[in-house]
Design a protein around this ligand. Structure first.
Ligand code: ARG
Length: 456
């Protein structure tokens, strides 16, 4: 074989050295080695069972692959760029180890279906890890909610004080987002858990293989249905990156709030020192680096999704070398999502809440104005008129420098004679929060019901 290449037969001249490096993927696809070997072992065993190779040959191949696995795990293997990718690095080593019989492994298979099965196996494992991290983050958010049920904070729209809400309710809003991410990830995992091996290069194989048996060995729910699609489909990687983009968008929103809340101006929370760093010039600084970085990393995850979509756009069927470029964006997304989730789960669990400061802020900005309007409505005033009454009341408060609960009954009654002594029961923060009892509202009893439901 020319220059020791597994595909060298057709070539008379060696590959240009730079081209060799340029076209190689071993530098990044070596992380697939475990899955490549796993897929190969199942394939070899099937070849033996089907009588395509002898049982003895299958055994030799499998034990050869086992020792290569050990060698890689113990750092004994130096991967070579001349062998291009992880598939050929392992196959060449196998042949080196067990001799010509190693060359029978690739019977009825192509690197095109091989790489497709490798990425799926790898991604499936990573998804299972990520599902665990998502669950931990959900648990941290629930823990925050449970531990701070007394804390009332300002709820915002337009980042302007709107109505008071329970801090727990706010935390559980993020739990909802993470729960949707969780279910999106489960959905896409189920959709792609089908085995592409057997598609060969593109058209299938002339050998009497048993795809279903291999699929079962590798934990797939079944086999893919069309060989052309099997080797050219990267939807699962795109779906994963799209899941990741949405997840990072959620983490970035939470990051933004944590950054604001830990500023001297809000002063709502204290992040543990373990998740912050200082400034090399300003001694007083404690910077919320972790949420800042997660917010920043959101950009690269979006970028990876766009890379993959653009990569696949306009590719004719079936495999194209372009598709080797699927790995780095996918791997980077996996690494970024895992890192972000892991650090977030711990940071949220340890976050200290400054309930008094939140409460003071919640009382500012006439946050119970809607409650006065609702009060007037219950006394018979149409909502639009009630809105007008309270608008005037607020203007009066602004002019006199008073807060709504500080107004005397006479002052209230300038704006509507419907207002009576019991208005004072409506304008406390607790009353405002606890009046919103319907499912999904911020009343303590509604939030407690929700927590109880989540515990189940
Ligand atoms: N390294 C290649 C990739 O990642 C493996 C498949 C190569 N197939 C081929 N026909 N060159 O896509």
């Amino acid at each position: 074989m020319t220059q020791g290449k597994l595909w060298g037969g057709r070539f008379t001249q060696p590959t240009d050295k730079f081209v060799e490096e340029f076209t190689a993927s071993i530098e990044f696809d070596q992380r697939l080695y475990r899955y490549d070997i796993r897929g190969s072992k199942a394939h070899a065993e099937m070849l033996g069972r089907q009588g395509i190779i002898s049982d003895e040959e299958a055994e030799q191949i499998i034990s050869g692959l086992n020792t290569i696995m050990e060698d890689i795990e113990t750092g004994k293997v130096v991967f070579s760029v001349e062998l291009e990718d992880i598939h050929m690095n392992i196959e060449a080593r196998l042949i080196e180890r067990i001799g010509a019989v190693g060359g029978k492994l690739h019977t009825g298979r192509s690197r095109n279906d091989q790489v497709a099965v490798d990425i799926r196996l790898y991604l499936r494992d990573e998804i299972d890890t990520i599902l665990g991290y998502l669950q931990q983050l959900e648990a941290s958010l629930i823990k925050q909610a449970e531990a701070n049920l007394d804390v009332i904070m300002p709820g915002y729209t337009h980042l302007q004080t709107a109505q008071p809400v329970l801090y727990s309710h706010h935390m559980l809003a993020y739990r909802e987002m993470i729960a949707r991410d969780h279910s999106r990830l489960q959905d896409l995992r189920a959709r792609f858990n089908l085995m592409p091996l057997g598609a060969g290069a593109l058209a299938g194989t002339t050998f009497n293989i048993d795809r279903e048996w291999v699929a079962e060995q590798l934990g797939f729910d079944g086999v893919t249905s069309n060989s052309l699609d099997s080797v050219s489909d990267r939807d699962f990687a795109i779906e994963f990156c799209s899941f990741a983009g949405i997840l990072m968008m959620h983490l970035s929103r939470l990051s933004e709030e944590l950054i604001l809340w830990s500023s001297a101006d809000f002063n709502f929370i204290e992040l543990s020192d373990a998740f912050c760093t200082g400034s090399s010039i300003m001694p007083q600084k404690k910077n919320p680096d972790v949420p800042e970085l997660v917010r920043g990393k959101t950009g690269r995850v979006y970028g990876n999704l766009i890379s993959l979509l653009t990569l696949m756009k306009s590719l004719p069927l079936a495999y194209n070398k372009d598709m080797q470029e699927d790995k780095e964006p996918l791997f980077d997304t996996i690494d970024t999502v895992k890192g972000s989730l892991k650090v977030f789960a711990d940071m949220i669990a340890e976050m200290q809440v400054k309930g008094d400061n939140m409460r003071i802020a919640a009382a500012r900005g006439f946050s119970t104005a809607t409650d006065v309007a609702d009060y007037c409505v219950r006394k018979g005033l149409p909502f639009r008129q009630a809105h007008e009454v309270v608008g005037k009341t607020v203007r009066y408060c602004v002019e006199t420098g008073k807060d709504i609960p500080e107004l005397t009954l006479d002052e209230f009654r300038q704006f509507s004679p419907l207002i009576e002594q019991d208005i004072y029961d409506c304008v406390t923060l607790e009353a405002s929060v606890n009046a919103r009892k319907a499912t999904g509202g911020t009343a303590r009893e509604a939030v407690e019901r929700e927590l109880a439901r989540l515990k189940k």
